[in-house]
Design a protein around this ligand. Structure first.
Ligand code: ADP
Ligand code: ZN
Length: 530
């Protein structure tokens, strides 16, 4: 072999041991590394924590020149580079947070061939000077981290990622490795197309996380439910509690602290210094609970997170998988617990209605939410559903999730569905009125509330026709109708409106099946290995 490099080519296993101090490769790593070292392009789909970094770091060390890593995680670049420097790897980064002199130092190190890895924020590629800089050095490979950011269909789209399609035209000889933990077939396809990776070899890792127990429970009294989970199943354990808003993060963190649980808040509204300190404490100390918005977690590597609890519904299955995937990286038993209720559906739809972007964008967001709702409402094994979503069909029931441990029955809910839909229909047809779920349920239950009196709704023929179900059961019916697209919400107050599909139910042309709600929140026992 005639390598132009002055460096002696090193063996990948040797680099793994000498530089990173690990004994052996994990599943998939060696194949990917060999392929990229050999100059091939690769698309790597591997769950968070699977060990994607080594898949470009080792080839960058083995091949002559500098490995150029495109990453959107600017806030983490310093940490990543520091960690590499500590291992003796010559690394640097270029992003907008830097002083000019720091930048110049990194640039000259690159030009002198003294960098093994150079991390770049994608927007750097907009700058002509960056391209000129890269042209003057030797590039070992391009690694495109968080490659799903190129997918407009996805949940993390970054316009600057579209620039990455030009890398190949400009540097056709340089191998590219694109990596992501988001692997739905649609995203996969879009990454391939947009990055021109048609000739790349695809490496798809197993997305199964058998040590995580997935549980999705109806939200009754979320604070009490959370407290019970932490006290009975995870006392003293480290974990993450995800909330949708900054305000609820603050509120829940205070609530836990006042109940004797060591908890810290984390959201983008906190000062950078506070955030960094809370994150550092979470990583360093044992048994801290981080109450956070989804701003927390990207790139966090703490092996002993014993539970991830969601108090609000994630916007997509990708988000859910990524967030819950932060539990149990050490392979030990961990819990992914989500409490979800009618209000979540109303709120999420409302956020989508109010979001910027065109109708296509909103349709996309709605379809992400629909998939998440389907996972919540399924009576089948959660893990089977999750894996099927990521294109891994045909796995067998896990025996460990709430649906497996406490099989849920489905029930024939066509008549209640008709009663509810016809109440919405009558309010609209006969009174030109729209109301939220609370009032509609009051009508079904025949309650003489002030609002019922005010509107004379006791004279509707549907008044009091639904006494066979409790209020909680009716709310479950509304939620499941929303999840199945047989009912919709609109406006700021979440008023109920019919959909095209509602008509089929009302005419008796379509039956409705629902999952039976557990009376009490489903509690899976942690000693259920049998
Ligand atoms: P990802 O980027 O896929 O989320 P990382 O590359 O950050 O995952 O790796 C997750 C953790 O696993 C890191 O702590 C990393 O050092 C560790 N790791 C990766 N590969 C190996 C290996 N072959 N042996 C032991 N630990 C590994
Ligand atoms: Zn299961």
């Amino acid at each position: 072999m005639t390598s132009p490099s002055v460096r002696v080519p090193r063996d990948a296993v040797e680099v793994l041991r000498r530089v990173f101090g690990y004994e052996s490769f994990r599943d998939g790593q060696q194949e990917i590394i060999d392929h990229v070292v050999g100059g091939g392009d690769a698309l790597v789909l591997m769950p968070t924590g699977g060990g994607k970094s080594l898949c470009y770091q080792i080839p960058a060390l083995v091949r002559p020149g500098t490995g150029v890593v495109i990453s959107p995680l600017i806030a983490l670049m310093q940490d990543q580079v520091d960690a590499l420097l500590a291992l003796g790897v010559r690394a640097g980064f270029l992003n907008s947070t830097q002083q000019a002199d720091e930048r110049r130092a990194v640039e000259s190190a690159f030009l002198a061939g003294e960098l093994d890895l150079l991390y770049l924020a994608p927007e750097r590629l907009r700058v002509r000077a960056t391209i000129e800089l890269l042209d003057q050095g030797e590039i070992a490979l391009f690694a495109i981290d968080e490659a799903h950011c190129v997918a407009q269909w996805g949940h993390d789209f970054r316009p600057d990622y579209l620039l990455l399609s030009e890398l190949h035209q400009h540097w056709p000889q340089v191998p590219r490795v694109a990596l992501t933990a988001t692997a739905t077939p649609a995203t996969h396809q879009e990454i391939t197309n947009r990055l021109g990776l048609g000739n790349a070899r695809h490496f798809v890792a197993d997305f199964d996380r058998p040590n995580i127990q997935y549980r999705i429970v109806p939200k009754n009294d979320p604070k009490a439910q959370l407290l019970e989970l932490l006290r009975t199943e995870h006392p003293g354990d480290a974990g993450i509690v995800y909330c949708l808003s900054r305000a609820s993060v603050e509120k829940i963190a205070e609530f836990l602290v006042s109940n004797g649980i060591a908890a810290l808040p984390y959201h983008a509204g906190l000062e950078a210094r506070t955030r960094a300190e809370h994150q550092a404490r979470f990583l360093r100390e044992d048994g801290l609970v981080m109450v956070a918005t989804i701003a927390f977690g990207m790139g966090i590597d703490k092996p002993d997170v014993r539970f991830v609890a969601h108090l609000d519904l994630p916007k997509s299955v990708e988000g859910y998988y990524q967030e819950t995937g932060r539990a149990g990286r050490d392979g030990l038993r961990s819990t992914a617990w989500l409490a979800y209720g009618l209000q979540d559906v109303v709120q999420q739809r409302r956020l989508i209605d109010a979001s910027d972007g065109d109708a296509t964008h909103r349709r996309r967001l709605n379809s992400h939410l629909d998939a998440m709702l389907a996972l919540c409402e399924t009576i089948e094994c959660r893990r089977v559903g999750l894996l099927a979503y990521f294109g891994q069909q045909g796995s067998s029931a896990c025996g460990n999730c709430d649906a497996c441990l406490h099989p849920q029955q489905s029930w024939e809910a066509t008549v209640p569905a008709q009663k509810l839909l016809s109440t919405v229909l009558r309010l609209h047809r006969e009174r030109r009125q729209k109301f939220g779920a609370g009032h509609v349920v009051d009508i079904l239950l025949g309650r003489r509330t002030p609002k019922v009196d005010q509107h004379g709704h006791d004279s509707l023929t549907v008044f009091g026709i639904g006494t066979e179900l409790s209020e909680a059961e009716w709310r479950g019916v509304v939620r499941q109708l929303l999840a199945q697209g047989l009912l919709a919400v609109e406006g700021e107050h979440g008023t109920l409106v019919l959909t095209d599909a509602s008509a089929d139910v009302l005419r008796g042309q379509r039956t409705v099946s629902m999952r039976r709600e557990p009376k009490r929140p489903a509690k899976a026992t942690s000693s259920s290995a049998t």
